[in-house]
Ligand binder design. Structure first.
Ligand SMILES: [Zn+2]
Length: 230
């Protein structure tokens, strides 16, 4: 099957953290066409570890792929102090290359080049369609993307899963054309959204609120390919 998964980011480093011996993760501030700022997390592998030469506030160019990675969090109950491990997934960018830019840039000038994603995938969950409070249509679905680049710790990984969100006419069209198994090509940008999950404490049954950052792709344009409804 054809494969495409390309992410192009130009932005400012907000945070650099070491996640293990072979990789670091950086949080980048980028801007979308509509002026909105987002904060994708980018995994940098030891193969080049170029972020060693970078510091917070540096502007960088990153070429990468969208990827999903396992995430482990320890939460503590405010009421009884019981701790619990929560296993989940987060959507990140795996960097293929990173170049430090020599000067500070103005986000106003970066709208067209700061946050760009091109992915080809297959819809793997039924499209959820609704009207937002503003009356604008919204479609959400999940896409499976075939891996074309492998990194050390994930050598046998075949697919990545990302969430897609469309608005307005694009949402109407996505809902009409896409079903589980439909292949499509997406031109979009990374979008972050704060979500709060409610988890029940195993010990005292009180509700623990867990704040997380959800990462999805908002669409600029969707091309409908195999198995779409025409
Ligand atoms: Zn508790």
């Amino acid at each position: 099957m054809a494969r495409e998964n390309y992410v192009h980011l130009v932005g400012r480093i907000i945070e650099i953290e070491a996640i293990n011996d072979i990789s670091d993760i950086i949080t980048l501030e980028v801007v979308r066409r509509n002026g909105k700022r987002d904060f994708p997390r980018v995994v940098i592998y030891e193969s080049f570890k170029k972020c060693k030469d970078c510091s917070v506030n540096d502007f960088v160019f990153i070429k990468g792929i969208m990827a999903s990675r396992g995430k482990r969090q320890i939460i503590e109950c405010d009421i009884c102090g019981e701790t619990r491990v929560i296993e989940g997934f987060e959507t990140v960018v795996n960097a293929i290359d990173l170049v430090k830019l020599s000067e500070n840039l103005d986000f106003q000038d970066l709208k067209e080049i700061s946050n760009q994603v091109f992915i080809l995938g297959v819809v793997c969950r039924k499209v959820k369609y609704r009207k937002l409070a503003s009356g604008v249509s919204n479609a959400q679905y999940q896409l499976a993307i075939n891996r074309k680049l492998h990194v050390y710790e994930e050598n046998d990984k075949k697919s990545d899963y990302v969430f897609i969100t469309s608005l307005s006419n694009q949402a109407d069209e996505d809902f009409k054309r896409l079903d589980v198994g439909s292949q499509c090509f997406i031109n979009g940008g990374i979008q972050n959204r704060k979500i709060v999950r409610e988890i029940r404490c195993d010990n005292c049954s009180s509700i623990i609120k867990l704040s997380e950052q959800a990462t999805e792709i908002c669409t600029y344009n969707v091309e409908y390919l195999n198995n779409c409804k025409f």
